[in-house]
Design a protein around this ligand. Structure first.
Ligand code: ATP
Length: 807
């Protein structure tokens, strides 16, 4: 068969052929047919479909068919088990004779044909049982009465089934749908064949349909196939919609995720909050060495965090807790630099004077170096403001190579500030010590507790006892912060406390501390500190070079003496800063390259002097005492006068504290009782209204140490004899005339030197305190030590005896 052959053939629609092609009627169909086996499924009469017949394999058959001129070939369904091994015994009896057309698009030799199914045939006898197969055939007719009700009913059932099937599957083209819809029940055989061909049933099932000649039986089989097909189609529909749903859900999630990514990118958040949080905490934890208990607790909290709703308040609380708990430097310490030479250099570099304090600190560090660790001791630096307590503390940290953290306990009334709030409170926070460790990032810093003398107590608890827990070496390795609710080891921390005075420090706290006293500076020391430290520091702070601004010694001395009368150097620092600010202004405004400050410039820069050289009050009834307060030492003038002689009386003024009032009463009683001993008129006090006054001054007036001074003022009044030399005294007086020791000898000596009093009377019991003072403080002073008031009287009113004085 060639192209020309089949192009001459009219392409008939299958339904037309029986009615309109008498040439293809049964009687003209050949008795012998060339047979070609086809795999997968049989061909049905009425079916029009492409088939592939390999010209190389079936070349002889194709040639013979072409030669016969009718283009008819028998297609017979055989599923080859193995290629080329089909024996004719496996061939079914019934096949379909088809007319082959060459599709117009086909290329020669490709073996593609359009087959048009014409009629069933049955093999009667094999003429060639090997390829090319040939057989004698007959064309059996369908059996049964096509007009019977049963057949019609079957046909209707088939049509109904098809109609239900059609909308279910997208496999059927619109054209086919229309075509099938036009099927009529009057052609039940054709209907059954088409319906069978329509299904996706397996080859064997279809062959059964093809081989069944009775109409009812065939349609019955077809109905089964159609029903299965419908079920399949429904199932397929379900699968499709499920897949669609899945795909659209996936697409939706994908789309939303993509959107989220873009939004997060815009906002600079790349991950969701929870995973960022958890990652951050785990990362922090990796860098730490917490104990098992701590690790377990933190893990539990992390676990909790991972199940909480991120927007919930509980999430916030847990997150906050973990934020703190993972920032405590569990197990992280810095290495101590226990080198005494280095420590000495650091201390000397930053501080002038303070030799005894430095010595004590070096001793302390030496013990640490010897033991290999500094723990268990607490330093307490006591002294007036601005004497360098903080900066000494800082230098200790520097010398050890430790981190430094400072906070003030002044006015602290709430225990929670030390031990933290319990987590149940809103806005709960850990205590100061946890905060300190978090800030420094190591568990062995130097922590400075400022103003430990000003720690208070209130209804919110007693911070002092909480502090005791922190400072007690027995307890502080297991310090429990209420917020963290975890045991914290504070035993490696070196605590340095500062205070202005010892009196108000709770006893149990004081017991645990090593007290180092910084008592204030005399003018000479201040001068050195100003020149070596304060001035260079201020220059740097103001961005000045030292050749741009210079100050001479006379000017510095004038500032020290006339603008800042204080024990420390804080005011001095402020005055120097004022000088700098003015100098910078002048440098900027006047184009001057450098400025030199002399004594005469000071008043222009700082205004009128605040203090004038102190003048000692002199006269009968006046004596000079020495007082000591948290602000340092000071002189204390005590005046007495005979107001009138009308009656006996004793009056006190000067806003005196209770103890001082008692001292005055004791002094009065003592003097009245011993008038004779001290050469006074015996009836002086009987007829005198005596007024004793302690003039106003910045010094708070309390304490027993003014006793001897008051007695001296009263005796001076009674004897009407003034104390001839500049002389100051201190000491507690008892009713029987004993002189008891007092505190603050160093501060008092410094105060006396400041106003240039060269002679002092001190209680005998304070002799050691005085002797321990550095040489520069003792130098040039005449000091008498008195056991009883009689001796004080001797020193004050008679020329002093050289054997009892100390130079
Ligand atoms: N001996 C000194 N040598 C050098 N500088 C000193 C000396 N004493 C104090 N200073 C300086 O004086 C200033 C004030 O000192 P610091 O703040 O240490 O005083 P403080 O005793 O802690 O005062 P406060 O009790 O008010 O806290 C600091 O700048 C400090 O460097």
């Amino acid at each position: 068969m060639n192209d020309a052959d089949y192009q001459q053939e009219p392409d008939l629609m299958p339904e037309d052929y029986e009615q309109h092609s008498p040439a293809l009627a049964d009687d003209v169909l050949p008795e012998t047919l060339h047979l070609v086996p086809i795999p997968h499924r049989p061909f049905f009469p009425g079916q029009v479909q492409p088939v592939a017949i390999n010209p190389q394999e079936w070349g002889a058959t194709l040639k013979a068919v072409a030669k016969a001129g009718h283009g008819l070939v028998g297609l017979i369904y055989v599923e080859p088990h193995e290629p080329d091994s089909t024996a004719i015994g496996e061939f079914p009896e019934i096949g379909c004779v088809v007319r082959l057309h060459r599709p117009s698009s086909s290329q020669d030799g490709a073996g593609h044909f359009l087959a048009q199914g014409i009629k069933r045939f049955r093999i009667v006898r094999w003429l060639s049982d090997a390829p090319p197969y040939r057989a004698q055939v007959e064309y059996p007719r369908s059996r049964g009465d096509r007009d019977s009700d049963e057949v019609k009913a079957y046909a209707m059932a088939v049509i109904k089934e098809i109609k239900e099937l059609l909308p279910l599957s997208p496999l059927y083209s619109e054209e086919l749908k229309q075509y099938l819809a036009n099927f009529s029940i009057s052609e039940p055989g054709k209907l059954a064949d088409f319906s069978a061909a329509l299904t996706t049933a397996g080859g064997d099932k279809l062959q059964e349909v093809l081989s069944t000649l009775p109409l009812v039986a065939r349609m019955d089989k077809v109905l089964v196939l159609l029903r299965r097909e419908r079920e399949l189609a429904e199932l397929q529909g379900q699968i499709t919609s499920q897949v669609n749903e899945k795909v659209s859900a996936q697409q939706r999630t994908f789309f939303l995720r993509e959107q989220l990514k873009v939004i997060q990118k815009e906002l600079g958040i790349s991950k969701d909050d929870r995973s960022t949080d958890v990652e951050l905490f785990e990362e922090r934890l990796d860098a730490l060495e917490p104990t098992e208990a701590v690790t377990k607790r933190i893990d539990d909290e992390l676990q909790k965090l991972s199940v909480l709703e991120t927007g919930s308040p509980e999430y916030g609380v847990t997150r906050n807790y973990l934020d703190w708990a993972t920032q405590v430097p569990w197990g992280i310490t810095s290495t101590d630099h226990l080198d005494l030479k280095h420590a000495r250099t650091v201390l000397n570099e930053h501080h002038d004077g303070l030799d005894d304090v430095k010595k004590r600190i070096l001793e302390f560090l030496a013990v640490g170096a010897f033991k290999g660790e500094i723990s268990g001791s607490i330093l307490l630096l006591v002294g007036p403001p601005g004497v360098g307590k903080t900066s000494i503390g800082r230098s200790v940290a520097d010398a050890l190579g430790r981190k430094f953290y400072r906070f003030s306990l002044g006015g602290m009334r709430d225990e929670a500030e030390i031990k933290g709030h319990r987590r149940t409170y809103i806005g709960a926070m850990p205590g100061k010590f946890v905060q300190a460790l978090k800030d420094v990032g190591v568990s062995n810093p130097v922590i400075m507790l400022d103003e430990i003398d000003k720690i208070g107590a209130s209804f919110q608890g007693d911070p002092a006892s909480a502090l005791l827990e922190v400072l007690d070496p027995e307890q502080n390795s297991e310090f429990l912060d209420h917020y963290l609710d975890l045991r914290l080891d504070l035993s490696k921390v070196l605590f340095v406390c500062t205070a202005n005075q010892l009196d108000t420090i709770p006893g149990p706290l004081l017991d645990r501390m090593e007290v180092l006293r910084l008592s204030g500076y005399v003018a000479q020391e201040k001068l050195v500190i100003a020149r070596n430290h304060l001035w260079p520091k201020m220059l740097e702070r103001h961005g000045l070079r030292d050749d741009q601004l210079k100050i001479n010694e006379a000017a510095l001395r004038y500032v020290i003496e006339s603008y800042c009368r204080e024990a420390g150097v804080r005011d001095l620092e402020k005055q120097l800063a004022r000088i700098m600010r003015k100098a910078v202004l002048e440098l900027v405004e006047s184009d001057a390259k450098k400025i030199r400050v002399g004594k005469k410039d000071i008043e222009t820069l700082l205004g009128k002097p605040i203090f004038h050289p102190e003048k000692l009050l002199r006269g009968a009834g006046v004596a000079t005492g020495l007082a000591w307060t948290a602000m340092g030492g000071a002189t204390l003038a005590i005046e007495s006068s005979q107001v009138h002689t009308l009656n006996r009386g004793f009056k006190l003024t000067g806003r005196l504290g209770e103890t001082m009032k008692e001292s005055a009463d004791i002094a009065y009683s003592y003097v009245v009782a011993h008038l004779k001993d001290y050469g006074c008129d015996l009836d002086f006090f009987d007829t005198s209204m005596v007024h004793l006054h302690v003039p106003e001054g910045a010094t708070p007036k309390d304490g027993p140490s003014a006793g001897v001074t008051m007695a001296t003022a009263l005796i001076s009044l009674a004897r009407n004899e003034r104390i001839k030399r500049p002389l100051a005294m201190t000491g507690e007086l008892t009713l029987t005339g004993q002189v008891l020791p007092v505190g603050g000898i160093r501060e008092k000596v410094i105060a006396a030197r400041r106003i240039k009093i060269p002679e002092l009377i001190l209680p005998f019991a304070n002799r050691r305190d005085f002797e321990e003072l550095p040489d520069y403080l003792r130098e040039g002073l005449t000091v008498h030590f008195a056991r009883s008031y009689r001796e004080v009287f001797e020193f004050a009113f008679h020329e002093h005896r050289n054997d009892k004085s100390l130079h």
